[in-house]
Design a protein around this ligand. Structure first.
Ligand code: H79
Length: 443
């Protein structure tokens, strides 16, 4: 029977086509080849080493961190009151960027929207944004982007995929509570129209940006997030923009940086990080300068400048950047406790920056004693925690032709043989965070 036969043939063809389509979509993702601009941006990202993370939103008004909507189990109608009294009259983009620069930071990653879904930028996709809903009426991200471009700082946008406000974020995830949203919604529309629409705005209206820092996918780990589509969109709009997902999982095709929250790569003290560390992608570690991301009035647990310097050195020794967070006040000012510490770190970096910027993780595995970084034929031995006069390291490839203190240039006695390298250390001075010995190696 020809007609049945034709149907069978047609169906077989359709199935074959569908399989090919699915297969080629997967092949496309698996075969993701970063563009030359993207690869260049990855190297530049690694060279920068130190960035400023900024959590700032309407939640800052309540002085109780960026999770306050969830933690107080507020209703959407209640949270909707917040924007009407968010008016950051003291916000000055150039001051923020100048502070990052004074701290020795080379990039800024700022919350374009957090889990409350509130866009801190001029969005046409929804009026749940700063221009439409606040008395401020202006777009601080535009001002920040302009200031960054003027002052030579790269700008990245944090973007929460998780949304506690939009009804189309449905079915809801692990952080769900009953906040008055309807029990239905169109997740595909949320992803394809709302999220991709806003990402298009962020990648179109702010000049060249460093990339997008995603967070919140862990709320619905098993959902289809249309990642291939979103990642392709980003790379199409700005090929050099890096995709930095904070999903706490093994990196997927299309992602450009592996980032770790509160932990060095491979460590998992936070309890949600993966131990897998990519050998190919640039690495980053984010951390807080006190104990919160968003402004919390009850948090005075500031890390000392010395502690920040140690974290930066340990990150660099693990081949990672450090993204250090501050949570500005709702009025746009930055707490002086943050400012003094950041200035101190910046001063420290004017002396030690050669051993950090532009380096990669060094040849000796990091240890409790310290870490190494390297750049061309130079190895920097960072002694962070070692009280004895002799430091024995495993063998290092190449012949060490000289060993000096990075600061002052004083020569350091070094013995190198097949068993390893022994350095004779001068005692640590008071308040000295890091004794850095510069080894020059001839290959
Ligand atoms: O933006 C900052 C935080 O608000 C956000 N990421 C940083 C950069 C963040 N939110 N939550 N977390 C970080 C911690 C994640 C905790 C989790 Fe879980 C543990 C996610 C999954 C398991 C607790 C249980 C929260 C969701 C389910």
């Amino acid at each position: 029977m020809p007609s049945i036969r034709r149907t069978v043939v047609r169906d077989a063809l359709l199935i074959a086509l569908a399989v090919t389509a699915v297969f080629s979509a997967q092949t496309f993702a698996q075969d993701y080849q970063p563009s030359p601009e993207n690869l260049q941006a990855r190297r530049e990202f690694q060279d920068m080493k130190f960035g400023m993370f900024i959590h700032w939103g309407v939640y800052s008004v309540l002085g109780d961190g960026e999770w306050v909507f969830h933690e107080r189990h507020l209703k959407v109608d209640e949270y909707n009151r917040l924007p009407s009294f968010f008016d950051p009259e003291k916000f000055d983009a150039d001051t923020w960027v100048a502070l990052a620069k004074a701290a020795g930071m080379k990039y800024i990653t700022i919350t374009s929207r957090h889990h409350d879904g509130f866009a801190m930028f001029d969005s046409k996709v929804s009026d749940w944004n700063i221009v439409a809903r606040t008395p401020y009426k202006k777009d601080p991200l535009k001002m920040l982007a302009d200031a960054c471009h003027r002052q030579g700082i790269k700008l990245f946008f944090y973007y929460s995929q998780l949304d506690w406000h939009n009804p189309d974020y449905f079915p809801r995830g692990q952080t769900n509570w009953d906040n008055g949203r309807p029990d239905h919604g169109d997740f595909n529309s949320y992803l394809d129209n709302y999220m991709d629409g806003q990402l298009t705005e962020l990648l179109t209206n702010y000049g060249a940006i460093g990339g997008i820092w995603f967070d919140g996918m862990w709320d619905k780990p098993n959902a289809d997030w249309h990642l291939d589509k979103t990642y392709a969109l980003i790379h199409k709009l700005q090929p050099a923009a890096l995709i930095i997902p904070n999903h706490h999982q093994t990196p997927r095709p299309g992602e450009d940086v592996q980032t770790f929250e509160h932990d060095l790569p491979g460590q998992n003290t936070a309890g949600f990080n993966t131990k897998y560390v990519s050998a190919e992608l640039p690495l980053e570690m984010s951390d807080t300068l006190n104990d919160n991301w968003g402004f919390n009035i009850a948090d005075s647990k500031y890390k000392s400048a010395a502690e920040v310097e140690r974290r930066l050195v340990r990150a660099a020794g693990s081949n990672a950047n450090l993204l250090m967070n501050i949570g500005p006040y709702p009025n746009g000012e930055i707490d002086p406790q943050f400012v003094t510490r950041l200035h101190a770190v910046g001063e420290w970096l004017t002396k030690y920056g050669d051993s950090i910027y532009g380096t990669r993780g060094g040849p000796v595995p990091p240890g409790d004693w310290g870490v190494t970084t390297q750049k061309e034929n130079k190895i920097y031995v960072h002694v962070l925690n070692w009280g004895s006069p002799l430091l024995a390291l495993p063998p290092i490839a190449g012949k060490i032709s000289s060993a000096h203190m990075l600061l002052g240039g004083e020569s350091v006695d070094v013995t190198q043989n097949a068993d390893g390298v022994i350095l004779k250390l001068r005692p640590q001075s008071k308040d000295e965070v890091d004794r850095v010995i510069l080894l020059t190696v001839a290959h």
